[in-house]
Design a protein around this ligand. Structure first.
Ligand code: SF4
Length: 439
């Protein structure tokens, strides 16, 4: 029996896919490199926003056609879309043989074994699954980094977000278990552990006596993984205690903190639990405490009721803080969230225009700053072969998280993937950087 798994969505989903593949491999199931070679097709879906759902459904339909034409005998849909809309998927897509939500990942082994089961296990499985260091995991990327899910779920209740509906309440893994996993990853040659969850700074709050996120970062500083990168940091959890522990820990000088907006009224309506002024203080404090820190954020435009004046406040915020990296999303109406029933939904064309304005403002800020990298010598983690055929390798500086922040294209063939290298930046073009060996 051979299985092929397609992963959509965020790094948290990628971790789930790697765990399912690990469980299948332990059960003796072979992993196929392409869908064409597989007896069973699995797609791990995303349901984050409208675009993600669309991509998930299109992928299911593509794989369903492949199943009809090819030799695959079953199609299994897992992940957030099936957790959220499992019943509808089974009713509307007869090509789908089984559905598995996010609550019982280990049942993938049974589902694959019973080809053509057509069972719905979503109903009996509320979100609650959390893996541990002993769970088998097949790392799917050949790159030297791995995502480590330190917690699952979220209790924050942001008005636009449906994630808690299908990922459940916040729950953390024990600190020692995470340290054991990271030690195990180091033994497998991983050089960068990227800590992910829905609400990373809430880590440990649900486990009395476990320690908080600051304690986890300090504990991970003693592992053999050189780069530790926590991501998805909600500003409402920041306090002086955290900052003090962060400074003592061996963490990359990189702060991924979504602001979502820069206007106090919109922030209040979003239920973010933080003001624009407080967020500015936080960014200033991190810049003062962590020299050379790279600031990344995400913003959401077009939240219900967002006027021109609110939007201008967001633009002013972005111009004031001058983030190094910024992702902009347009608001997506999510069933069952408080924002879905709010008045004054913003028309899609206005949202799209606002997103373009934010992106243009950010491009100007970053392109100016990128120029100062020209001629500097940087430490780069060589990820592997370059996607651009003009260069043998590509890698990343500490200020570049995988998949979202771009890469440094590397000219020198003699560099070794999975190792660190000192490179001189010899070309800067917009977001693109080219480096030559500096040793
Ligand atoms: S912090 Fe807010 S946006 Fe993030 S997962 Fe929780 S509810 Fe959603």
């Amino acid at each position: 029996m051979k299985v092929h798994l397609t992963t959509l969505g965020c790094p948290k989903n990628q971790v789930d896919s790697e765990l399912m593949l690990g469980m299948l491999a332990r059960a003796g199931v072979e992993v196929a490199a392409t869908p064409g070679e597989a007896d069973c097709l699995v797609v791990n879906t995303c349901a984050f926003i409208d675009r993600a759902r669309e991509e998930s459904v299109n992928t299911i339909l593509e794989l369903a056609q492949r199943k009809e034409r090819g030799h695959s005998r079953s199609l299994i849909v897992t992940g957030c879309l099936s957790q959220r809309y499992g019943r509808e998927l089974l009713a509307e897509l007869p090509e789908v043989d089984a559905i598995l939500g996010t609550g019982e990942l280990e049942r993938i082994v049974e589902l694959v074994a019973q080809v053509r089961g057509r069972k719905d296990w979503v109903e009996g499985a509320p979100p609650g699954y959390l893996y541990d260091a002993a769970t088998p995991r097949l790392l799917t990327s050949r790159a030297p980094y791995a995502y480590v899910k330190i917690a699952e779920g979220c209790d924050m209740g942001c008005a636009f977000c449906a994630i808690p509906q299908f990922r459940g309440q916040h729950r953390s893994r024990p600190l020692r278990d995470i340290v054991a996993e990271v030690d195990g990853l180091a033994a497998r040659g991983i050089q960068e552990a990227i800590l992910v969850s829905q609400d990373t700074l809430a880590y440990g709050k649900d486990l009395p006596g476990n320690g908080d996120i600051g304690d986890l970062l300090l504990a991970l500083s003693d592992t053999a993984v050189p780069w530790i990168r926590p991501m998805y940091l909600h500003p409402a959890h920041v306090n002086d205690r955290l900052l003090a522990k962060w400074q003592r820990a061996r963490v990359l000088p990189y702060l991924d903190m979504p602001i979502q907006h820069g206007d106090d009224e919109i922030l209040r309506r979003m239920r973010r639990g933080v003001t624009a002024c407080r967020m500015k203080e936080i960014f200033e404090a991190f810049r003062a405490a962590v020299p050379g820190v790279t600031l990344r954020t995400t913003v959401l435009v077009g939240f219900p009721g967002e006027s021109e004046a609110h939007f201008q406040n967001l633009l002013d915020f972005i111009e004031d803080v001058r983030f190094d990296r910024l992702g902009v999303f347009t608001y997506s109406l999510e069933d069952g969230t408080p924002a879905a029933t709010m008045a004054d939904q913003v028309p899609p064309e206005v949202m799209a225009e606002r997103a373009r304005i934010v992106q243009d403002a950010q491009d100007r800020i970053v392109w100016e700053r990128q120029k100062s990298l020209y001629g500097t010598v940087q430490t780069v983690l060589v990820d592997g072969p370059s996607e651009d055929p003009a260069f043998p390798w590509e890698g990343r500086m500490a200020g570049q998280a995988p998949e979202i922040d771009g890469v440094v294209y590397l000219c020198d063939r003699s560099l070794t993937p999975g190792r660190f290298a000192r490179v001189r930046i010899v070309e800067v073009e917009g977001y693109e950087l080219v480096g030559e060996s500096a040793d």
